[in-house]
Ligand binder design. Sequence first.
Ligand SMILES: [Zn+2]
Length: 303
Amino acid sequence: MKKSISLILLVILLILTAGCGQVDSDGGSVSSNNSLGLNNSSETSKPTSSVENVSSKEDTLVDDWRTHPEDYKLIALTYDDAPSFSDATGNSTVKIIDTLNRYEGRGTLFVIGNKLTTNGDALLKFAVDKGFELGNHTYSHKSVSTSEVGKNWTATENLDDFKRCQDIVETWTGVKMKYLRPAGVHANEALYEAAKGLGLPCISGNCKSAVSDYKSDVSAEMIVERVLDNAFDGAIILLHGNNTRTAEATERICDILYNEGYRFCTVDELFRFKGLDYDNLPSGVMLYGVDPVTGEPIVEKEY
Ligand SMILES: [Zn+2]
């Protein structure tokens, strides 16, 4: 009798052990196949099925030019202040995403953390699903130059604000952002120290905010002209995803630049395709591209 009870217990134990092994290996494979920087942390509310979905969409976006990017001119179009809308249907950001995808490309949305609490994460999840990268654009969007509050922030206060954005995006979308674009693209020593503390390189954009697409009197025509004037192989361009003029301009910019041999990539892809190591990108400076002659990151100390 005792023998048969022991045998039953042994069988139950074997079944339980086999079950645990199954869960572990499944979790591991989803995580390791993930090329978008999504994590599988239990803190994120994103279901595993969505993570797999993102991975398979990513595969379909990997087209021919990415296997030999050195044969093309590369440009990173970036769009600030996301998410500007609470849905992912028919708005300017969706149009921009669709346009870039149509030209075999993708870009980067820089996210204001507090906008997730008002607009939700639908647009960001849509963007990630279409191969877009998300970047940190602070939680509060307080400039260290023009905001009375931001001006006086210590490194720790800056860090808390950036980390808050980092955390809400990771929890809601599963994306661990790799780059910081400070509010207003303004920086000071406290901000650089905070960015360094989080290990996030600071990204501005060529022509800085001179495109000024957020101003209502800047037409689509003017946006196109200003971007084309500042485009070069390795450039990062700063735009905003919240208006129809920029969405219209993006269509024309893509059409013209694609035919000139440009391809459209994320900030992270730009550095990677140009052979730069993320861990060695300079800190304490603003980066706005990769020098087409030297292959070095282009840095701007004063902003
Ligand atoms: Zn902004």
